[in-house]
Design a binder for this molecule. Sequence first.
Ligand SMILES: *Cc1c(COP(=O)(O)O)cnc(C)c1O
Length: 415
Amino acid sequence: MTLDDLRARATELDRGDALAPYRDRFSVPRHANGTEVAYLCGNSLGLAPKATRAFVNEELQAWEALGVEGHFKERRPWVSYHELFAQHLAHVVGARPYEVVAMNTLTVNLHLMLTSFYRPTRTRYKVLVGHTAFPSDRYAIASQVALHGFNPDEAIISAESLAASHVCALIERHKDDLALVLMDGVNYYTGEFIDIAAITEAAHRHGVVAGFDLAHAAGNVPLALHDWNADFAVWCHYKYLNGGPGCVAGCFVHERHGFAREPLPRMAGWWGHDKHARFAMGPRFEPIPGAEGWQLSNPPLFSLAALIPSLEIFSEVGMGGLRAKSEALTGLLDEALRAVLGERVEVITPRDPARRGCQLSVRVKHNARAAFAALGAAGVICDWREPDVIRLAPVPLYNRFADVARCVEVLSCAT
Ligand SMILES: *Cc1c(COP(=O)(O)O)cnc(C)c1O
């Protein structure tokens, strides 16, 4: 494949792309020269839907016009605002609506879930994580392990590979002292999509809890958390789900826990309390059954409002259609990198489309920093991970095949 072939392929694929019109629903940043950038960074911060401004404005105006009465009299009453998300989120992560809730932020939700699901005993207290786990997750786990009086250096086991065969063998090996497996659905560094169903099954076979961080998986790959039997999961909404910087995050609790006869121990707050008795202000906490019962506070309304337009688009398009285009976009990027750049780069993301989402992590063999700078200067927005990896994430909702071609073209001149 030459660069000319690549450009021609991209033009043809863009012409036949049924999702192409969705790009126009997003604001695409512009390069200093006035042209739209090739935004390959939706894995870090998704672009703003054009409708978001109106949704946030509507709530601002309601606050101005109604004051406290907005809780009940607004078109979308604030008191039940979080309920607007259940259907959409259930669709995105493959859950029942009462198994998901939009609340807090990712690391906060991880702590809330660890409080309920990491219940170590003197003999079973270890936690299995991936070796490239995101730092915030590591800090959260280490602090919880220490809070229970264990030594994180000894209690946290790192899986050297995220392949299900390796992870399941580790679970088998540590079955007597393992309390929890906590893995990234899609790894932030390598872009690898793990086998959540197989890992969950292996964990459950030995009475080990299986939880997942879906920060890079939600809105990126098809998920079926309910059927896969995951115990809990957390994710953020500002990456693939375009809810804006610091947006309210998501949380999944499987129905067998959310509706358990004896409610799980947890950090409690009034927004997780039985809705019918919330304003009775009674002294005893009675959790709402399901994921809602883990809410603490009344939610930050403007942040929730900003999340609605993107989730409506996800429900409209469907994860199936998104995934099909995503595989084509990332497939073209992978093929072009190998054909045009050859040995100058190494794609460290798995080649099997079933084992990755849209992101490719590319190790640049020489002058990696300069290559990354050249991409930025040419208006190709992507990101850098030490020591030599460039992450490229073509997102099916707003990226064009032409963005992929441009990226490879710049890289071929710069490496
Ligand atoms: C993005 C990301 C985070 C960020 O956590 P916040 O609490 O949203 O700041 C945490 N974990 C993983 C795996 C991530 O990808």
